[in-house]
Ligand binder design. Sequence first.
Ligand code: FE2
Length: 207
Amino acid sequence: MSLSPPLKAPSVQAMSHIADWAEKVARELLKEELQRRWAHSQGVAAQAASLADILGEQADLIVAAAWLHDIGYSPAVAATGFHPLDGARYLRDVRHAGTRLCRLVAHHSCALIEAEERGLAGVLLAEFEPERPELADALTYCDMTTGPDGRHLTVEERLAEIRTRYGRGHIVDRSIERATPRIKNAARAITGRLRRYPTNGVPEFCR
Ligand SMILES: [Fe+2]
């Protein structure tokens, strides 16, 4: 796979194009070699785009993070084998992406819990601070309501799918078990915000 020269992240002035840039980077890294991850990433990005009303000016950032959250699985990116850390380091060091985008990828879907299981929590936190909870929740919601083929799932279906795929006792299974309450809380927070902000209507909090 040809990856050079890497497409650098847009400047702060061009932040409105960050999601377009992120899609190109994810496509380059996933589409050929990891087709299912690519399908999943497309679904997660679509889910993120559907949250535009409640995310406001943060929508582009979250859509970008949705495109990029799993690039750490790419053979061109993987280093430690812990994909949130590998993806965030790649974005920071190779693509010169913004701090907030790197933080979102590093901590997506309660990654800190799996980092603890892998003995990488100190490294993860030293390099990438967690992002604001409401933004982290939005990305968690998008990832945890999208199946491996990109189709929409309930959070319960998604959690069960992951645990079945990895198998009982696997480090991912143990991590997901520990993360389940936080993932469900994140999903509840986002669905609550969506209910208060119906599409084509006046938000409940503005009435
Ligand atoms: Fe994902």
